[in-house]
Write a protein that binds this ligand. Structure first.
Ligand code: ADP
Ligand code: MG
Length: 663
């Protein structure tokens, strides 16, 4: 139902709700609170300690307002609670004064100081709280009050709109789930903890079941068996390729390649994910697949998330392999250059097309594409990945991801793909020495960087933000540049890179750094993805506490890319467990396991593109048991209904059709 049909939701509110992706009643009702405030009133008595307490009572004097400074005011009044008269102050709430009249019953939240009989309130609820109340708390944005969200939701609930049950009836009764309608009511207006628990369980199950249903369907659809899926791979092909590469592959790289070869040779269309740690050498595996694919007579496409990365792959590829025709298609080419490439591609004069989003465009047609590889797959949406695949009829698909996640999780959330793991690092790699520093250690930090520069190496320095507009405690690019200039003994060449720069500017800086014209690259996390500059041996991360473990590990992976000893300096005045994990280990799989332990799957939202997996209430790690159950239930459900096209389950029939149409 449309929001405008609901009483009490005006056009202004709708405008704001749209900003948080709420467009109709269904999305409004499924805008769940992210936590609850549990408010329990207490009596002010002799036992009152130094904790924050909540006391209901009556206002006994008109509030006095004094303006201390601009943006700083103080409101005070007398109050009676549990027959005890006390003095109340609250800061920066002058606007409340007109609501606080003598005799009005309100509730104070704050701390009581017995010595001067003063209550310093942090908040005042404009009603008398008589018993424990559980209050939902919603994420909101500037201009949209939480009370507006609450009111809109409740108006929506009052107007009795239809809320569909999406879980198959037999499952609902098997687990004795409560109705979705009741669950949604409860989640927004909890009546008691047990019911709230049941409500959450139902809604979590719903999300995870639907997710696992989709994974299952994709698995079915991806399992295409046909004669056309067979590629001819000669027995000595791999050996020949390997002998032309200047290093020997690790065992994990070799087994990944062998898995790809057996996919090529088999009746089944390849749908494989290479899950490897940063720096484990996924790219060469992809390159070899490309050569083998060309030897069997097909073109390949390699899709990269950034131009910098596409260029890097291009340069690497042509330096390693000579007898193959490679084209590069990126957004910054001129129309004429693009058209030339597109023309050649059509005429089968290009064996491999490396590029960015630019190659997804409709006019890019292949003569006979047989392999699509997506690097850093989580950077692309499902539809983007699919649109490339759809440029051919018999396309094998390979994804590469540098977000190592524990195997059990991978098997579930990537259940629609086959997975090759690359855990080993190439021989001769040293662990990156990682150490935490405080800001006061700046002299030491800079001299450590300088040491590397003096040895002819290069340095990355990471800033938490581009520009500190709100005057937070954080260091922005400019501040960091100043700090470095102030402390470095010599004049070094410094480059700056951030996400708001134009692509051509970014490429210029990046190429300058690659070619060694820059000694130091100060960058935001845009540098995170895939960049490979072997001569960079030190990375310093400012305000390291701001980054999740996955990001820190990715950032650190920019160094240690050959046999030189590399270093990672984490600057933070806060002690966080995460930073210690970084000091402790270089193993991405271990780190991701720890990340799960510390933060839940928060950081994981990037692993499957948001389009695949945005959970409103479920959390893969916290709810992993439920996820496993859903996996099983969804498998059975699909198995039992796929032949009849889910004709008894219109909701799933629609999802199925949607998935097929997008394919
Ligand atoms: P990632 O897995 O992070 O994408 P890359 O594929 O960029 O890593 O590889 C990192 C670097 O290691 C590259 O410079 C690559 O040439 C090199 N490399 C890959 N495999 C090996 C190997 N077996 N021995 C030595 N160097 C290797
Ligand atoms: Mg890579």
């Amino acid at each position: 139902m449309e929001l405008s049909k609901i009483k009490g939701i005006g056009p202004k509110t709708i405008e704001y709700l749209n900003k948080i992706n709420i467009y109709d009643c269904d999305s409004l009702l499924r805008y769940y609170p992210y936590r609850y405030n549990v408010l329990t009133p207490t009596l002010l008595d002799d036992n009152t300690s130094d904790e924050t307490i909540i006391i209901p009572g009556t206002i006994t004097s008109l509030p006095k307002v004094s303006y201390i400074k601009r943006n700083f005011n103080r409101l005070s009044f007398t109050f009676e609670t549990n027959k005890i008269p006390i003095n109340v102050v609250i800061f920066n709430r002058a606007f409340l004064a007109r609501n606080l009249t003598i005799g009005k019953k309100v509730t104070l939240v704050g701390k009581y100081n017995r010595l001067n009989n003063q209550f310093v309130a942090a908040d005042i609820l404009l009603y008398e709280l008589k018993s424990t109340k559980v209050e939902p708390v919603y994420h909101t944005i500037n201009g949209l009050k939480m009370s507006t969200i609450t009111k809109s939701i409740n108006n929506c609930l009052l107007s009795n709109i239809e809320i569909k049950e999406i879980i198959p009836e037999y499952i609902t009764s098997k687990y004795d789930f409560i109705d979705t309608k009741a669950a949604i009511k409860e989640i927004h207006n909890p009546s008691n903890t047990n019911l709230l628990k049941s409500a959450r369980l139902k809604l979590i199950y719903e999300e995870l079941f639907e997710f696992m249903f989709k994974i299952n369907i994709m698995k079915y659809k991806n399992q295409i068996y046909d004669d056309f899926s067979i590629k001819l791979v000669e027995d000595n092909a791999l050996e020949n390729i390997l002998s032309s590469i200047p290093f020997s592959l690790t065992n994990d790289q070799l087994s990944a390649i062998n898995e790809i070869i057996s996919d090529f040779k088999g009746f089944k269309r390849m749908n494989r994910l290479i899950l490897g740690d940063v720096g484990s050498g996924k790219t060469i595996v992809a390159f070899i697949a490309i050569i083998l694919n060309k030897l069997s007579g097909f073109q390949s496409a390699l899709l990269a998330p950034t131009e910098v990365l596409a260029h890097q792959h291009y340069e690497n590829f042509i330096s390693l392999f000579k007898d193959i025709k490679v084209g590069l298609l990126v957004g910054s080419l001129t129309k004429k250059e693009k058209n030339e490439i597109i023309e050649k591609l059509k005429n089968n004069e290009i064996d491999l097309l490396i590029g960015t989003h630019a190659m997804l465009e409709e006019n890019v047609e292949f003569a006979n594409i047989g392999l699509v590889i997506t690097d850093e797959q989580h950077r692309f949406g499902v539809n983007q990945r699919k649109s490339l695949q759809n440029k051919g009829k018999y396309v094998d698909v390979l994804y590469m991801s540098a977000t190592p996640i524990p195997r059990t999780y991978a098997l579930t959330i990537y259940g629609d793909m086959d997975i090759s793991y690359i855990k080993e690092k190439p021989a001769g790699r040293k662990d990156i020495i990682t150490k935490q520093y405080k800001f006061k250690d700046m002299k030491k930090i800079v001299s450590t960087i300088e040491e590397e520069l003096e040895n002819g190496h290069q340095a990355y320095v990471i800033a938490p933000l581009i520009e500190d507009e709100n005057n937070t405690e954080l260091n922005d690019l400019k501040q960091i540049e100043d700090i470095l200039k102030e402390n470095l003994k010599k004049n070094y060449n410094v480059g700056i890179l951030h996400g708001k720069m134009k692509q051509v500017e970014k490429d210029k800086v990046m190429n300058n750094f690659k070619e060694g014209n820059l000694d130091i690259l100060i960058s935001t996390t845009v540098i995170e993805v895939g960049v490979d500059v072997k001569n960079a041996t030190i990375i310093t991360i400012f305000n390291a506490e701001r980054f999740g473990l996955a990001t820190l590990h990715q950032l650190r992976g920019r160094v240690g890319r050959n046999s030189l000893q590399s270093k990672c300096l984490l600057i933070s005045d806060k002690d966080t467990e995460r930073l210690s994990v970084m000091e402790e280990s270089n193993d991405g799989f271990y780190i991701s396991e720890k990340d799960f332990e510390i933060r839940g799957s928060g950081d994981l939202f990037g692993i499957r593109q948001s389009g695949d997996m945005t959970f409103k209430i479920a959390d893969i790690r916290r709810d992993f048991k439920i996820l496993l159950q859903c996996k099983k239930d969804a498998e059975d459900f699909v198995l039992n209904n796929i032949e009849t096209d889910f004709r008894d389950y219109s909701y799933y029939k629609d999802i199925l059709e949607h998935l097929i149409n997008n394919n």
